[in-house]
Design a protein around this ligand. Structure first.
Ligand code: TEU
Length: 589
């Protein structure tokens, strides 16, 4: 480059000051990054689409594949790289697609295989990758395998599932997530035997100890890879291997059945086999729903040398702030930021030298991020939502970002059980009712924690049903769609949506935000989450006020000459004093 041009460029950067103007200068792709073990899925931002609620094309009130296709330009405009789609396979929908009746077909309500092919092409044409949901701990009871399996004890498919012959007596108790009685064994008189279902009784558990079943699954995965799918998010994958003698729950698990389920005897052997037979043949990414896994277990699954999976997402963060031993009942005191910081710092350190992490605050199983972790009151909804987005986009882990969070969508907070559609809420209500429990207390807790809060239709504009459908939506639309919607936020340079786009670009332009070393500062500050990210001499400071009160970060860093990269207030003052829910990201000089 000519010297004068170079000087002019530098001066332009200096005078432009903050925000995005200096991002190309911040781009570190020219520096030596060979030691980073770079991978596309480490640098990607994953955007999760809940197909049932994203966009309805045919007016039946349920989202569909053509609807998603019609909105791909919007998705592309966010700047994300990878789309994770919740299950779109044939399903009777007892659990919104997590009960699959045919793994190689598309759910009728969502469209056809031709629609899928068009959608995948539409994504690839735009440089977007697709990650599908792999739900193979269980199938639907309407799957042909299960129909065969239950038909007779000597059917060739019998041991595709777990059966316990009744003449052996009652099987040892196993807990179920979605059973009205909490019982995971269901008696079937047809063959005088019980079958196992960790989730609903319509979701029988597949028998992974059977090599034929494993082969079927790996072939099915290859079917989708051959179509060009770029990876899988693996539903409750830690649960697949079981001790088929089904002993009483071992005492060491001390009532923690989830942990027991996640530590089956052959889990790693099966994942290694899956890797060898299917995953290793393609350039794809994998992420385990890491339910029941602790930091101690993490490397066993994602350590590259073990050839299992790439990433997992843990449940420690999202379990915070609920009362112990109660079903998702929020602690009236809220959650403790010190614990929050501890959890996320601990998980960062697990992958400091090996493996790779994920970061998320919302998904289809969690309530809306801004309600749960921020503040959804009118005054603070936008600010706190942007603050949480800043956290997600500046941590050393692949962000999984849930559709609608970029608009600052919040919990709908239903008053009546009749408004809910989720099997989890409906069954828990029945359970409490049968026991004569406090139903009003349950409904109050669900306003914060129920899964349907994040499953309400996506808010496109202020026309009826938020532009989601011309029919009757399968789940009510949040009435705040009149103001919280894409069309309105497109026009507002200060909106959550435009903030999301800016910070996505910032992350994409700065390798330090992906790979840079994370250091927690001001650990004991109960209001502020402060940390630095460092790579190859570049140092970024992130300050997040998680409270509705002004706060100060005690960090002994003079910010006067620092360069503000992004902030959620109109201007920033280069000090450590933060306004309510303020988020600022500086490049330190
Ligand atoms: O979730 C796993 C799971 O255990 C959830 O039930 C989770 O604990 C719960 O939602 C928290 O309230 C996966 C899927 O993500 C979920 O949507 C399915 O319902 C479930 O598996 C069964 O497939």
């Amino acid at each position: 480059m000519h010297k004068t041009v170079f000087v002019i460029l530098i001066l332009t950067c200096l005078f432009a000051g903050c925000n995005n103007s200096n991002q190309s200068a911040m781009n570190e792709n020219n520096t030596d990054t060979s030691a980073l073990n770079r991978k596309w899925w480490k640098e990607a931002i994953v955007y999760q689409i809940y197909p049932r609620s994203f966009k309805d094309n045919d007016g039946d009130g349920v989202g569909d594949l053509k609807g998603i296709l019609s909105k791909l330009d919007y998705v592309k405009s966010l700047g994300i790289d990878v789309i994770w789609l919740n299950p779109i396979y044939s399903s009777p929908n007892g659990d919104n697609g997590y009960d699959i009746s045919d793994y190689q077909n598309i759910m009728q309500q969502f469209g056809t295989m031709a629609d899928f092919d068009a959608l995948l092409k539409g994504m690839h044409d735009r440089g977007l990758k697709l990650v599908m949901d792999l739900v193979v701990n269980h199938s639907s009871d309407q799957h042909e395998w299960f129909k065969q399996s239950r038909s007779s004890r000597d059917n060739p498919y019998r041991n595709y599932y777990h059966w316990w012959p009744a003449e052996k007596g009652q099987p040892a108790h196993r807990y179920s997530f979605f059973d009205v009685n909490g019982e995971a064994w269901k008696y079937d008189s047809l063959t005088n035997a019980y079958y196992l279902h960790y989730f609903g009784d319509f979701q029988p558990d597949l028998n992974w100890e059977n090599p034929k079943l494993r082969e079927e699954i790996f072939n099915m995965m290859k079917f989708w890879f051959a179509k060009g799918v770029d990876g899988f998010r693996m539903d409750v994958i830690p649960f697949i291997s079981k001790d088929t003698t089904f002993p009483p729950l071992p005492a060491e698990y001390n009532g923690d059945f989830i942990k027991y389920y996640a530590h089956g005897p052959h889990l790693h052997e099966y994942l290694q086999q899956m890797n060898k037979e299917a995953l290793s043949k393609y350039d794809v990414m994998t992420v385990a729903e890491g339910i029941g896994l602790s930091t101690d277990d993490a490397h066993a699954i994602v350590d590259e040398d073990r050839h299992e999976l790439n990433m997992l997402y843990h449940f420690e963060g999202v379990s915070l702030g609920y009362l112990p031993n109660q079903f998702k009942v929020p602690d009236p005191k809220g959650y403790d930021l010190l614990e929050f910081k501890n959890i996320y710092s601990k998980w960062d350190s697990v992958f400091e030298n090996k493996g790779w992490g994920t970061i998320y605050l919302g998904n289809h199983d969690q309530p809306r991020m801004v309600t749960r972790w921020g503040n959804d009151s009118g005054e603070f909804r936008g600010l706190s939502s942007k603050m949480l987005t800043t956290f997600l986009m500046t941590m050393r882990a692949t962000p999984y970002y849930y559709n609608g969070d970029e608009l600052g969508m919040n919990n709908i907070k239903f008053d009546k059980i009749d408004d809910y559609r989720d099997v989890e809420s409906l069954n828990m209500y029945k359970q409490i009712k049968d026991k004569g429990g406090d139903l009003q207390a349950f409904l109050n807790a669900q306003k914060i924690s129920a899964r349907d809060n994040s499953r309400t239709p996506f808010q496109w504009n202020n026309s009826s049903n938020a532009g989601f459908t011309t029919g009757k939506p399968w789940l009510k639309v949040n009435p705040n769609y009149k103001t919280v919607n894409v069309a309105a936020e497109e026009k507002d340079s200060n909106s959550c949506l435009n903030y999301f786009r800016k910070i996505v670009k910032l992350r994409k332009d700065n390798l330090v935000l992906v790979y840079g070393k994370y250091t927690l500062l001001d650990k004991e500050n109960p209001q502020v989450y402060a940390y630095t990210r460092e790579l190859n001499g570049k140092k970024i400071l992130v300050l997040l006020n998680f409270s509705s009160k002004p706060a100060t970060a005690n960090i002994n860093i003079d910010l006067t000459s620092s360069n503000l990269l992004i902030g959620n207030y109109a201007s920033a003052n280069n000090t450590t004093a933060l306004r309510p829910y303020e988020a600022v990201v500086y490049e330190l000089k």
